[in-house]
Design a protein around this ligand. Structure first.
Ligand code: 15L
Length: 263
């Protein structure tokens, strides 16, 4: 497949572009920054929130799918979050409709449901939106937009509610929320190639012994994680916030530290 990867220079993008290329996909990178030296594939320096710039990329490239990883991965103001996650997704979806690109894989986040009390049990793909931050609100809204475009235009859209994408887990919470680099690539590949998913949600974590999220929605799409954070458990030091971070899946994002006016 010829795949446009947004946020190609970011922490997810750097891993996913290499992984997809190794799996035989033709990658087209897009990011706010220039292509890193030696990038072996096409690259566009553009802001996904700029609909004209996005449209220009689609006019230039023949694409089979989009992997939308661009977006600020932390808590900002509500307007900034909406631009970073919702406006960018809208610009891509409009261009996909105009150029008949049938599939998008979206880097959503556990923070879309991060304020669901853990006591409510394991989270499935049927969980109602329950964001923990404005970042989470924007991820919920971006998922809703994907659902709308799937219903209206038949676009296949897989929202991957990613946990903690890191080389290795670094906290006790991470032993539950970790997504390994290799599993991240497996997840994107499955979401890209699953037959006719329509709009679907999966939880982007590894096969962690202490997982808080249901892996079945991902498995139904062909995502079989191979790694387990437990392998690193001995090297993870307990921290003072572990207990508080275990109350809500969003961990630190669900704490009062992030409380602020919306506008
Ligand atoms: C995310 O969605 C964020 O992008 C990242 O910064 C982490 O907070 C991660 O989730 C997590 O929950 O560990």
């Amino acid at each position: 497949m010829r795949v446009l990867v947004t946020g190609a220079a970011g922490s997810l993008g750097r891993v996913v572009t290499v992984g997809l290329a190794e799996l035989g996909h033709e990658v087209v990178g897009l990011d706010l920054v220039p292509a890193p030296e030696g990038t072996p594939y096409a690259w566009h320096e553009a802001d996904c929130a700029d609909a004209d710039a996005v449209a220009a990329v689609f006019s230039e490239e023949r694409l089979d799918a989009v992997v939308h990883l661009a977006g600020v991965p932390e808590e900002l103001s509500l307007p900034e979050e909406l631009t970073s996650h919702v406006v960018t997704t809208a610009a891509l979806l409009d261009a996909m409709v105009a150029h008949r690109v049938p599939r998008i894989v979206y880097a959503s986040s556990n923070h879309a449901v991060g304020r669901t009390p853990r006591a409510a049990g394991e989270l499935t793909d049927q969980a109602l939106p329950r964001p923990d931050t404005y970042y989470g609100v924007a991820k919920v809204a971006a998922e809703a937009l994907l659902q709308l475009f799937s219903d209206r235009h038949g676009i296949d859209a897989v929202a991957c509610r990613i946990g903690s994408f890191l080389e290795r887990p670094t906290s006790v919470r991470g032993l539950s929320t970790w997504l390994s680099h290799d599993d991240g690539v497996r997840m994107v590949e499955a979401a890209l190639t699953a037959p006719a998913p329509g709009f679907a949600v999966l939880y982007g974590i590894s096969a962690n012994t202490r997982a808080w999220w249901d892996l079945e929605p991902g498995r139904r799409l062909g995502y079989e994680p191979q790694d387990d954070a437990e392998d690193f458990a001995d090297s993870v030091e307990p921290g003072p916030d572990d207990e508080a971070e275990a109350e809500f899946p969003g961990g630190p994002f669900a704490s009062a530290r992030f409380h602020r006016p919306a506008l």
